[in-house]
Design a protein around this ligand. Structure first.
Ligand code: GLY
Length: 359
């Protein structure tokens, strides 16, 4: 079992059954409070019986089961959850337990932060994406139309319990989606992590996978600890996300959503090319990233006629300042650089080289 913490959040990585989770539910603070589990229909079918029958403290929990998928991370669903909390007479000393992927931990954290001005919450991430990224760091929120995470607040969970066993039911695309965020952690901060990740196969998760999760979470934790509100250093974590969020928004607007990490993987490739154009990243290292990403992630169906929409989405990105699109680029594999200005022409060139696929 690995433990780490940042701000008020304690994170444990390892088998949930031998973690502090059970003791926490039985603690004086939580024994007698109402507990509400927020989850989605997929996680409910796969895991809820395990949770309810294994942890006595959950036997009486109210369960709010939501439809699965990013297109449900919206205000209408929040209203449904707030109404349910109200119906269950939930108060500020009660506890919300989010069990699910990034949609559930993002939206559940937002719900916990806004209902009655905030109550404590725990995240139990069940996807790789939420284990290495979405479940910790404090950002919570929902989408607004094609704009990802446009409405939200910084709100740290009290605990995050990361149990790699819960990944056993994940389909390959979901593993690949989370893997993209792990690759990002390597690219912006640790050549060793990138090299370690390049060596593994996700077909069956390696036995040391919890060590790799630990490496990823530790990189994110160090960054978030130094700059929780994203004034500077935390922007490193946005590598791949300026183009990536536009790709994701583009597919969402077509009602054909793609996994977050696929958009981020291709976004990282486009932004690695920008880094090359800016003479930051060497050709050799760009080629290494290019070969790896193209070898792992299926090509997108985006071509030149979609670039104007991608650009429009990037210009509306909430990370922008003074009308400029703000990029995090790479100096080398293992070192990112924040606040890089990029012209529309440079961006078009990067998209053309990395994303354009024949119609
Ligand atoms: N909750 C995700 C983050 O703060 O990055």
């Amino acid at each position: 079992m690995h433990s780490l913490s940042y701000n008020k959040t304690k994170i444990s990585i390892g088998d949930l059954a031998v973690s502090q989770f059970d003791a926490l539910l039985q603690s004086a603070r939580y024994k007698d409070v109402k507990k509400v589990i927020i989850t989605d229909e997929n996680v409910f079918d796969l895991w809820m019986e395990y949770f309810i029958t294994t942890y006595e403290g959950l036997a009486e929990a109210e369960i709010i089961q939501l439809p699965a998928g990013e297109d449900n991370k919206v205000l209408e669903i929040c209203a449904h959850i707030w109404n349910a909390l109200s119906e269950y007479e939930i108060n500020r000393n009660d506890l919300i337990i989010n069990i699910g992927g990034g949609v559930i931990t993002d939206m559940g954290g937002f719900i916990a932060g806004t209902y009655k001005r905030g109550l404590n919450f725990i995240n139990i991430p069940t996807t790789l994406l939420s284990q290495v990224d979405a479940s910790m760091g404090g950002k919570t929120g929902i989408d607004l139309g094609a704009h990802k995470n446009q409405i939200g607040l910084f709100n740290d969970p009290e605990y995050v319990f990361i149990d790699p066993h819960l990944l056993s039911t994940l389909a390959q695309p979901e593993k690949l989606s989370g893997f993209a965020e792990m690759l990002k952690h390597g690219l912006i901060s640790s050549r060793k992590h990138w090299d370690d990740l390049k060596r593994i196969s996700l077909d069956s998760l390696p036995t040391n996978f919890d060590e790799l999760i630990l490496q990823s979470v530790s990189i994110k934790k160090e960054i978030v600890l130094k700059d929780p509100m994203e004034a500077n250093l935390r922007k490193l974590l946005n590598f791949g996300h300026t183009v990536g969020h536009a790709i994701e928004g583009f597919y969402l607007s077509l009602n054909t959503p793609i996994p977050h990490g696929f958009a981020i993987a291709w976004g990282m490739l486009a932004e690695a090319h920008l880094s090359l154009q800016k003479n930051l990243l060497s050709q050799v290292e760009f080629d290494e990233i290019n070969t790896f990403i193209r070898g792992v992630y299926a090509p997108l169906h985006i071509n030149q006629e979609h670039f104007a929409m991608l650009l429009q989405l990037m210009k509306n990105d909430k990370k922008n300042r003074d009308g400029n699109i703000n990029f995090t680029l790479l100096k080398r594999i293992g070192e990112g650089l924040i606040d890089c200005g990029v012209t529309d022409n440079e961006l078009n060139e990067a998209l053309l080289v990395t994303l354009n696929s024949p119609v």
